[in-house]
Every structure is written in C-alpha cells, then in structure tokens.
Design a protein around this ligand. Structure first.
Ligand SMILES: CC(C)(COP(=O)(O)OP(=O)(O)OC[C@H]1O[C@@H](n2cnc3c(N)ncnc32)[C@H](O)[C@@H]1OP(=O)(O)O)[C@@H](O)C(=O)NCCC(=O)NCCS
Length: 310
C-alpha cells in the first residue's frame, strides 16, 4: 500500500470515486472548477494505491494564495474491509506535510439539520470522524450554518451605534480584546496554542486574505463615543459572509451583537449580495440567538474535526 499525491492521469479514477458523493463536499463540477483555480490541487489530493489500483482518496481544500491546504473536503474508499485505518493513514500523511506554523488543518463536513436521526448520514459520518481522530484531529465542534436572503427582509439598522472603517492596527486591538470570554471553540484552540495576540493576528491575516473587500470592515462606537465592538462583512469562495462579529467584554449583554449584525447585513446587501452566509458554534448561544432575531435561518450544520486544545 502506497500513499502518494494525485497526478493528471488519475483524473478518471478520481472522477469515478467522487461521483459517489456521500457526505463529502466535493462534486464533479466543484472538483474540476477548483482544480483550475487552485482551491484544489493535485498535490493537495492524496491517494492510496494497492496492487496498482487506487483504493482510497482524500481531497483537501485551501486558499489559492497559500502553500498548504487547510481542510479536508472529501474522503473516499473503494477497497475491501475497514476504511478507517486507511483513511487515518491518508489523513496523517497529509497532516505531516503541513508545517506547524501554517493555519491548523481541519476536516469540515456539511450535514443536514437533524442528522442524528438519519442513519445513512450517521453511517457515513462515523468512520470519517474515527479516521480523523486517529490521525490527530479528535476535537469536534458543531457549527450552525445560517443564511440570509433578501426575501427574509433587511433587519432594522442600529440607531444607537456609529460605524466607522479603521486600519489594521485598530482592528488588531479589538480582535485581541474580544477574545476574552469568547464562546468560540476555534478561538479557544488558537489562544491555547499561541496566546490572544497571536490568535488575533492569525484571524486578521485570514480575514484580509478572504475575497471580501477590506473597506467593508467597521468598528462601532456608542453615543458616548466608546468603542463597543466590530463587524467584518466579507466573502469566501461561496459568496458574501458575515466573517466576524465581536462585542468588547465590558459591553456584552446589551444586544449590541444585533446592531453589528444588522450593519454588516446592510453593507453586504448594498453591494448587491443575493445571499449572506454565516456560521457560529452551536455552543455560542448569544451569537446564534442574534442571527435568529435578525431573520437569518439555520439551514444545516458544519461539523469540524480539529487538533485538540493544547
Ligand atoms: C457573541 C457576542 C458577539 C455576543 O454579544 P452581545 O451583544 O453581548 O450579545 P447579547 O447582548 O445578545 O447577549 C445575550 C446574553 O448572552 C450573554 N453573553 C454574551 N456574550 C457572552 C459570552 N461571551 N459569554 C457568556 N455570556 C455571554 C449576555 O450577557 C446576555 O446575557 P443576559 O441575557 O443574561 O443578559 C460576544 O459574546 C462576543 O463578542 N464574543 C466573542 C466573539 C464571538 O464569539 N463572535 C461570534 C463569532 S462570529
């Protein structure tokens, strides 16, 4: 059994394997399109070969401007027997190629709401999560995926906060301050790894690299002129997103998340957004409640397998 990167001549086999979508994000159309633009690459796609035949495949996704992939988009198996140890080897092999200082790799799986009551989904999910855990990604975070469509109506814009653009240094300061008491699991992991400042820098860097416009970002001030929080409207390769909403710890509990989210939604709608997406951890109840109050609808779940908190 050998593990190697995919090559051009594997394409037919890869197309055959991904035709059976299961709970994977990859589709034939997405694969071909992303391969062309650098979100997928042959050297971010790994196969297991046995007796000259490909028996397993892992497709990783990453940002075109980065040197390393960030998340697994699909795991496939065409061998006999248990896929778990084969997938675990495949994932470990990829993880070994990603340096410690790169963004921490994850496995994202998109699931329908109520997936626990769907035996076929559970049967597809369990071996994949088991393989991820064996390979070093045992921590699980369920994230609620929200969507806003123009048909849901625009939320009322804040009359108590003033919004202003600001430079990276000012955003870095607020990114650092909102980390305190955050209920977001990936923030907790990043802080445990390198501290609040490093985590904030990493976030800033990631949001800057996203396809959204940097000048959409806003700091928010109350009537007394005090800084209250910020919103990062942005976009990923799926379209417009609310990247981040943060309220400074001393201003929490006044519903300012709603004001920030309303502003971000208006800013994106003004750019012509036909849909806005956003995720938050299932356990981040204040943020989930804010999305729901503002008319965002939860349509599915993102399961994230990652390194454990250090
Ligand atoms: C999530 C967040 C934006 C909520 O902001 P907010 O304006 O304080 O939210 P609300 O005022 O609607 O809070 C509702 C309730 O949750 C509580 N709450 C808010 N944030 C909390 C936190 N981080 N930890 C514990 N409780 C929190 C509030 O005190 C309030 O409690 P109450 O109903 O007993 O008064 C804020 O906690 C935050 O900035 N967190 C860190 C960044 C983050 O997780 N952003 C979302 C990911 S994109």
């Amino acid at each position: 059994m050998t593990i190697r990167n995919a090559v051009e001549s594997d394409l037919d086999t890869i197309h055959t394997l991904i035709a059976e979508q299961s709970i994977n994000t990859v589709t034939r159309e997405r694969y071909d399109e992303y391969l062309g633009v650098g979100y997928y690459r042959h050297n971010w796609t790994w196969v297991v070969e046995q007796d000259g035949r490909i028996i397993a495949l892992a497709v990783w996704w990453g940002m075109p401007q980065f040197d390393h992939p960030f998340s697994i988009d699909g795991l496939y198996y065409a061998g006999d027997g248990d896929p778990v140890p084969v997938w675990a080897d495949l994932i470990r092999h990829a993880l070994d190629s990603i340096p410690a200082e790169a963004e921490q790799p994850e496995y994202h799986i998109f699931l329908p709401n109520g997936w626990r009551e769907q035996p076929d989904v559970v049967a597809a999910l369990e071996p994949r999560l088991a393989a991820a855990a064996q390979a070093g990604l045992p921590a699980l975070t369920e994230r609620l995926r929200y969507e806003w469509l123009p048909a849901y109506g625009l939320p009322v814009r804040s009359s108590r906060l003033r919004f202003e653009p600001a430079d990276d240094e000012a955003f870095l300061q607020v990114f650092v301050r909102v980390i305190e008491g955050s209920l977001d699991a990936s923030t907790a992991r990043a802080v445990a790894r390198g501290g609040a400042e490093a985590s904030a820098k990493e976030d800033l860097e990631i949001y800057r690299e996203m396809p959204g416009e940097r000048d959409w970002w806003r700091l928010a001030y109350d009537e007394a002129g005090e800084l209250v929080g910020f919103v990062v409207p942005s976009a990923n390769n799926g379209g417009p997103v609310i990247g981040y909403v943060g309220v400074l710890p001393e201003h929490r509990g006044h519903g300012y998340a709603d004001d920030l989210l309303a502003e971000g939604t208006h800013l994106l709608a003004e750019t012509g957004a036909g849909q806005i997406r956003a995720d938050t951890d299932l356990t981040n109840r204040p943020m989930a409640a804010s999305f729901e109050r503002l008319g965002y609808r939860n349509h599915s779940i993102r399961m994230v397998a990652s390194h454990p908190i250090a």
